[in-house]
Structure formats: structure tokens, C-alpha cells
Design a protein around this ligand. Structure first.
Ligand code: DON
Length: 580
């Protein structure tokens, strides 16, 4: 039957209902999009969450949670899975840090950073004239530090996991042997690292299809890596450090002109350390101790801002940006001078983090004018995209949290794989200062405390962090990006704690970076609007010529109102949050 009722007229009750609806709509949208920023919504979960850069790896972690595993089991599953599905940074041939917070409220830090081979010393990358040999610490077998990832994962599992080791490694084994379909971003990652991978026949074979190249939609099968994971699955970490894998690694490295030996592998040990702890306003911050510089810098920067009303300055305002940049410069200046492997050098943490020192540092900031970075040779920061390290964060239904950052250092590490293992090798040796005063590939200037010595760990910027409020965890996060890691973690932390952004918005909000030297601000695309930039320039700030994306934060955040965990993953890198 045809509807003949007038289109415009409404009965009073209908009119009232419509009016109420219209009046409440803005409220609804306001609440639904409140503090979202211009981005997608976070992922919410009633039980566990797994945030990683690779959806396949996130799913591997969530599968283990569903099978009754805890966050430590899932973290090990993800660690191995990323070695298969995110080979630019996921690894067995690299190293990293896992920050653990147990459901019992105890925190610990597993340091599985690579170590310098016994044959490497202070002058390892210098020529006869004492100059740094270009590329020696970044490309090929001589750049490789003794890998720590397998030992770190084994320690994490042994101390904190509950499912059998074999079961936890199974998703990664299957992904390697059965393969997975590569998407556009995976293939472009291979493409953009072609030059480096091409140099090494093993890597060329696996990742470039012997020069024929892959296209999106192709399947990547990695039988040799599958073999390595199977060995580790059956025999545990000794397969990697003493068994057939170790033999193959040592042989390939020797053949390629490197110095890492079977003994280096046999002697490698992951170390459990006490995390660094500090406070910011009402929050307790648990973060990475040396050999990371990241945790100390985060605490120092937050400490300098303890008394500032950042919210009143306003997110993105010139005054806010200025204050953060000046804080970064001061913290990074100390990094260059003071930090190194705590087993080899004393890190003056107490003095560096003393409230008196930090408030003096803060008092030195002129609120209307920048302080130029001085008194040290300028470095050259390479403006690169940051896909070379990767962070993942996991929370399980019982509240155990793992915040893990691991890396090969550069994208695909040294570019070299060890024949017959499918394992890409790191170039972590570049994180040492090859020559004090000479910048490394991130343009970082570093001192004697970070000089190469046998078995020493290079100084890192990796900053897995967990934040508590009233003794309960509310935020866990971390990022790749070399030195930009520290400032990514710093800004995302402030975005959530100070500005109340939800976790996805906090991650996706544009960031900026200053590392003292070189004296310039690097900002993300569309990150600082032209008016703000002009004001900042009038205060004396320099901006780098290029804007570029950095960081790839993977995080979880507890929403007290909803009494639920939410997860976020940098929306520019194709990562995802999987739900238990
Ligand atoms: O430990 C460090 O600080 C560096 N090796 C991290 C490298 C990194 O984040 C590369 N990713 N963009």
C-alpha cells in the first residue's frame, strides 16, 4: 500500500522524539569520538591482547593465549613468529629486552642484548690511520654481535611461561614451513632493502627469489628457517648456541670474514636485571635499565616536566613543543657522555635522575628561546623510515604484561644470512661508538663508555615501558626507531597520561624528535603546523629539511571507566591488535 502520510509533518510525540534524538546526537558523537583524534578506534578486549607490527604474529600470540598460555608464552610465540613474518626486525639472529610484570606485581627485565665477539676491541672498525671504515659496522658478517634472542626467549619461557616450549614455538614453525601470503607492505619492505640483501647469496635466495623478486599475493616459504626453529623446538636454546645451528652460524660468519666464533655462541648468556623505576605525577614508571639508555632518559625527561602544567600549554602548541624539545636536548646530551654496558662501566643513574639535578636542568630552560646544542661535534642523523626494530606488547587475562623490544639493528640487520639456517644476522655492533666523537648510523655521538670491548653489550635506545597508577598497570608500550624510540615512548606516554587520548589516538598523533646533536628537530609529516613552526623558529629552533615517519608503537592501555584493556598499533605500519 502506498504511504500517503505527509513527509514533513510529524505528530507531536514523534517531533519530540526526533528533537531529543537530534539533541543527543552531538553528545553521542562527542562521546564516541571523544579524544579519539583523527584515527581508528582502539581494540578492546575482555581477556588478553597482543599488539604487534604483524597481524600474523599477533594472531600467533593470541592463539597461544587461547590455548591456556600466559603473556610470557605468547611473547615467546610472537618473538619466534616475527622472525618469520617480519624479517626486517623480527629475529633469531639479533637481540633485545623484555620487560615483565607478573600478576603477583613483581617486575623484572630480561636483557638479551647482543655482545661483542671476543675478538672485537676498541679499534675493531678503524683503519690503519685510525679512521672509521665505512660500512664495516653496518653491513655483512663483521658487523654481527653474538645474538641473544634465543637465549632471551628461553629465559622468559623458563622463568615465567607455563605451556610446553614445543607448543609455544609451533605457530612460528608452521608459518616458516607452510609459508604465508605476502601483502603489499611486506613486498615493499623487501624491495626497499634490495640493495643490502642482494649482496648476500643466501639472503638473495630467500628474500629476493634469486633476483626474480616477489609480488604481493605470492607465498613466502622459509624451509631453512623452519629447520632452525624445529631444532630449537626439539633441543631448546642449546641447538642455537651449541648444536648444529651454532656450527652453521660460525662457519658462515667465518667464511664471510666475520670474527664471531662457536665459543662466543657457547658463552652467550641472557641476564635478568632490575628494571628502572621512577615516578611522574601520580604514576609509577617501570622501564629499561642500562644497557638501554632509554629508560633513564624517559625518567629524566618526565622528571624535568614534573611540575609543569602541560595540559594548560596545550597539545601541539609552540610552547608545549618548545618545552619538550628543550627537555629532549638536555637528556640526550647526557646520554652521549654517560651511558654504556653496566657490566663494564658505571652509569651515574642516581645523579642523573636526582630530582635536584632534574629541576636544575628544567630551570635552565628558557621558555621563550631555544638553547643551542653545543660543545660536541655534530653528527649526521640519517633520515630513514623506522622498520628495523620491532616492539610488541601483550597483556593476558590474569594481568601479566610483557613489553618487548627486539632488533637486528638496521633493516634486515647486516643483510647477511647464515647458510643453511635461514637466520638473518644483526649489525648491532654499530650501536657501539666505533670512534668516540664519530656519529653512528643514527647520527648519535657516543663516548668512551660505549667503546667496543670483548663480550660487552652496546648501548641501546630500546625502551620497553610499563606505567602503574595506584599500584596497578595502566599502560605498557615501546617502539622501534633507534634514538627516536625514546622520544616516541616519551610523547605517547604524555599523550595518554596528560592529554587523555585513547591509546590509538596517542600512538597516531604526530611526533617530533630532537637528540641534542645534530641540533635540529625532526618532525612527522603534517606534525607541526606552519604557524606553530614559525613561532618555534622565532624562538631559535632549527627544523631538519626532511620530515619523516618514525616509531611504530605497539601498546595496551587500561581504561578505568570501562574496566577494560584497550590495544593500539601504529596505523601506518599494518600492525594489529589480536584479542584472546
Ligand atoms: O638498540 C638500539 O638502540 C638500536 N639498535 C635500535 C634500532 C632500531 O630501533 C632500528 N629501528 N628503527
Amino acid at each position: 500500500m502506498k504511504d500517503t502520510s505527509p513527509r514533513t509533518g510529524l505528530f507531536p510525540s514523534q517531533a519530540l522524539a526526533t528533537l531529543v534524538l537530534w539533541l543527543s546526537l552531538p553528545l553521542y558523537f562527542l562521546q564516541a569520538t571523544w579524544l579519539h583524534g583523527a584515527t581508528r578506534a582502539p581494540v578492546w578486549g575482555q581477556r588478553g591482547l597482543v599488539a604487534t607490527v604483524s597481524p600474523l604474529a599477533s594472531e600467533a600470540g593470541a592463539t597461544i593465549l587461547r590455548q591456556g598460555g600466559n603473556a610470557a608464552d605468547a611473547a615467546v610465540a610472537v618473538g619466534f613468529a616475527l622472525a618469520v613474518t617480519w624479517p626486517a626486525a623480527g629475529n633469531l639472529g639479533g637481540g633485545g629486552f623484555a620487560l615483565v610484570r607478573g600478576q603477583d606485581g613483581k617486575s623484572t627485565f630480561i636483557d638479551y642484548r647482543e655482545t661483542a665477539p671476543a675478538a672485537a676491541d676498541k679499534n675493531f672498525y678503524l683503519d690503519a690511520k685510525g679512521e672509521v671504515i665505512p660500512g664495516a659496522s653496518t653491513v655483512g658478517y663483521r658487523a654481527v654481535g653474538t645474538p641473544g634472542t634465543v637465549a632471551g626467549m628461553a629465559m622468559l619461557h623458563k622463568k615465567y611461561g607455563k605451556l610446553p616450549w614445543k607448543k609455544v614455538l609451533e605457530p612460528a614453525r608452521r608459518l616458516a614451513i607452510e609459508g604465508f601470503v605476502m601483502d603489499e607492505s611486506f613486498v615493499s619492505m623487501l624491495e626497499s632493502n634490495k640493495e643490502r640483501l642482494e649482496k648476500f647469496p643466501g639472503s638473495r635466495h630467500i628474500f629476493l627469489k634469486d633476483g626474480k623478486g616477489f609480488k604481493a599475493g605470492d607465498r613466502l616459504v622459509q624451509p631453512e628457517l623452519g629447520w632452525s626453529i624445529t631444532q630449537i623446538q626439539r633441543q631448546g636454546e642449546s641447538a642455537f648456541y651449541q648444536g648444529e645451528i651454532a656450527q652453521r652460524l660460525a662457519k658462515a660468519i667465518k667464511k664471510g670474514g666475520g670474527v664471531l666464533t662457536l665459543d662466543d655462541l657457547k658463552n652467550y648468556k641472557a641476564v635478568e636485571r632490575a628494571p628502572l623505576e621512577g615516578r611522574f605525577k601520580n604514576y609509577q614508571i617501570i622501564t629499561a635499565p642500562p644497557p638501554s639508555s632509554g629508560g633513564a632518559l624517559i625518567l629524566a625527561m618526565l622528571g624535568m616536566l614534573e611540575k609543569d602544567d602541560l595540559e594548560a600549554l596545550g597539545f601541539g602548541s609552540a610552547a608545549y613543543n618548545h618545552l619538550l624539545v628543550e627537555t629532549m636536548k638536555r637528556a640526550f646530551a647526557d646520554r652521549a657522555e654517560w651511558f654504556g654496558d653496566p657490566d663494564f662501566t658505571q652509569n651515574p643513574l642516581q645523579k642523573f635522575l636526582a630530582p635536584d639535578y632534574l629541576s636544575k636542568r628544567r630551570a635552565g630552560i628558557n621558555l621563550t628561546k631555544t638553547t643551542p646544542s653545543q660543545d660536541i661535534k655534530p653528527g649526521d642523523f640519517s633520515d630513514k623510515e623506522s622498520t628495523e626494530t620491532t616492539h610488541y606488547t601483550i597483556v593476558d587475562a590474569q594481568g601479566m604484561i610483557i613489553s618487548n623490544t627486539y632488533t637486528l639493528n638496521g633493516s634486515f640487520g647486516s643483510g647477511a644470512t647464515a647458510d643453511g639456517t635461514g637466520i638473518l644476522l644483526n649489525n648491532e655492533m654499530d650501536d657501539f661508538s666505533s670512534k668516540p666523537g664519530s656519529p653512528n648510523m643514527y647520527g648519535l655521538l657516543q663516548g668512551d663508555r660505549n667503546a667496543i670491548a670483548p663480550k660487552k653489550r652496546p648501548l641501546s635506545s630500546m625502551t620497553p615501558t610499563i606505567v602503574l597508577e595506584d599500584g596497578k598497570p595502566i599502560l605498557a608500550l615501546g617502539s622501534p626507531g633507534g634514538p627516536t624510540i625514546i622520544n616516541s615512548v616519551f610523547q605517547v606516554t604524555l599523550n595518554t597520561l596528560v592529554f587523555g587520548m585513547n591509546i590509538q589516538a596517542a600512538i597516531d598523533a604526530p611526533k617530533f624528535h630532537h637528540q641534542w646533536m645534530p641540533d635540529r628537530i625532526l618532525s612527522e609529516p603534517f606534525g607541526i603546523n606552519p604557524d606553530t613552526k614559525k613561532i618555534m623558529q622565532s624562538m631559535g629552533h632549527n627544523f631538519g629539511d626532511r620530515v619523516f615517519q618514525f616509531g611504530d608503537v605497539q601498546a595496551v592501555f587500561y581504561d578505568k571507566k570501562r574496566q577494560q584493556w584497550s590495544g593500539g598499533s601504529d596505523s601506518r605500519h599494518g600492525g594489529s591488535v589480536a584479542v584472546e
